[in-house]
Design a protein around this ligand. Structure first.
Ligand code: GAL
Length: 459
């Protein structure tokens, strides 16, 4: 038995757009994801978030189910366009009421709420009026929204995450354009990333100055990172792997923990990477009480040799071309239904990398999990492959803790099957199965296995 430290937080996670539905109910305005889904070519199964898991109407049932599975903490996100549907300043009371009910129901079931302020559903009106994250005006509007949430919910919410996965927002949304708002550019990812960091840090300042002392909570940002392992021990491959993690994670974490972007990025990007003023460096540096990490997979990395075949697009895909390297997969690795290799040691290495680079921060794994081709047979989902995935990844977390990494919590992604963005509903990440015809929820074998892990605080 691999025991976890006392007080370790075990949870599951979801996000508003992926589960709530009720897209235009009780005054909610459209988000950029509602708009993005209108173009059916953007989503694999041509679906949208209009109904999703209808969590908006089924949240009580869902929280009861969480309770029955022994879940101690629930990470969910607030839909900004429920709170500010039409403009950046007039709050919608019905949106506030909804999250009050969720928070109260969680607390009455002894489940700790962990709240993400931004999990990608930007109000469409901010996109229309100034193109959202592209404009610095967003900093002020995000701050107004964050303050409204601290004000209404902070008496009961003690764990805040400002932004979920700046890398996905910027690279997929503004670089390769496969996520909302669907723009393709070599510049915009770095520009929007800059505004995201400043928005995060400004909201944290607001929390610390106006709320933290009396409410006593913690606030941080969650970033995602795959592990990048050097394909050989050649110095150029070792360097390339290091550079790849810097472009992925240190892009957002270095400003927060060290006060500026990594040199490897500045050297390659020059002025395409925005500059912080001295005042902004001060603002951003130290703006997280914990290191939120989402992790899903690993890849090998090698330096470019100059002989690559560029015709396939694989080598230079996305912002990779800024990094002068290539990603290589080991064909023997098992893969999830997303085609993401299952490499548990990658998580251990990533945790140890973060521990070293950022001087032992408290780390919370705010997402880890897998999509599998689940099927319901005789009322049961026997997802042994997901159990194996969780077993191996949670064991890797345990090894990192044994090696001195301060991991404080783990959230399984996801509580239930849901709208998997551009992949639609066919990719099932849940530990609970959702039948999209009846919207019935059924705990999978992995949920029952996870219940055991939580109750024993061990894997
Ligand atoms: C993360 C994201 C989640 C979820 C997960 C699985 O990037 O935060 O919303 O979709 O990936 O792809």
């Amino acid at each position: 038995m691999k025991k976890f430290p006392d007080g370790f937080t075990w949870g599951t996670a979801t996000s508003s757009f992926q589960i709530e539905g009720a897209w235009n109910v009780d005054g909610k305005g459209p988000s950029i994801w509602d708009t993005f889904c209108e173009n059916e070519t953007n989503i694999a199964d041509k679906s949208n978030g209009h109904i999703a898991c209808d969590h908006y109407h089924k949240f009580e049932e869902d929280i009861k189910l969480m309770k029955s599975l022994g879940i101690k903490a629930y990470r969910f996100s607030i839909a900004w366009p429920r709170i500010f549907p039409n403009d950046a300043n007039s709050a919608n009371q019905k949106g506030i009421d909804f999250y009050n009910k969720i928070i109260d129901t969680l607390l009455s079931h002894d489940i700790e709420p962990w709240v993400t302020l931004y999990h990608w559903d930007l109000p469409q009106h901010l996109e229309d009026s100034y193109k959202g994250w592209i404009d610095r005006k967003i900093i002020n509007d995000f701050n107004t929204y964050a303050r409204t949430c601290f004000n209404h919910f902070g008496d009961r919410v003690k764990n805040w995450i400002t932004i979920n996965e700046a890398w996905v927002v910027t690279v997929l949304g503004y670089g390769i354009g496969i996520f909302a708002p669907g723009l393709k550019s070599d510049e915009l990812p770095y520009k929007t990333g800059h505004h995201i960091l400043l928005s995060h840090a400004t909201a944290v300042k607001t929390y610390r100055e106006e709320f933290q002392e009396k409410q006593g909570g913690k606030i941080g940002m969650t970033n995602n990172c795959d592990w990048r392992e050097a394909h050989s021990q050649k110095p150029e491959d070792l360097e390339a792997a290091q550079r790849a993690v810097e472009f992925f994670l240190a892009w957002f974490a270095d400003p927060i923990y060290k006060g500026d972007y990594p040199l490897s990025m500045r050297n390659r990007l020059g002025n395409r990477l925005p500059h912080f003023t001295e005042e902004e460096k001060e603002l951003v540096k130290g703006s997280s009480d914990f290191f939120g990490l989402n992790h899903y997979t690993t890849s090998y990395v090698a330096a470019l040799t100059g002989e690559e075949d560029h015709s396939t697009g694989g080598v230079n895909e996305g912002m990779i071309k800024d990094q002068d390297l290539k990603l290589i997969q080991d064909q023997s690795w098992d893969k999830t239904d997303m085609d993401w290799p299952i490499v548990p040691w990658g998580l251990q290495k990533l945790l140890e990398w973060i521990n070293e680079r950022y001087d032992q921060p408290d780390i919370v794994i705010t997402e880890n999990g897998c999509a599998m081709k689940d099927q319901i047979v005789d009322g049961k989902v026997n997802d042994q492959n997901r159990i194996d995935f969780y077993e191996s990844y949670i064991s890797a977390v345990h090894k990192a803790i044994e090696n001195g990494v301060k991991v404080k919590g783990y959230f399984a992604w996801s509580f239930m099957d849901n709208f998997e963005w551009a992949s639609g509903y066919e990719k099932r990440f849940g530990i609970c199965y959702v039948d999209y015809n009846t919207l019935k929820r059924t705990p999978k074998a992995s949920a029952l296995w996870y219940k055991n892990v939580i109750s024993q605080n061990a894997v």
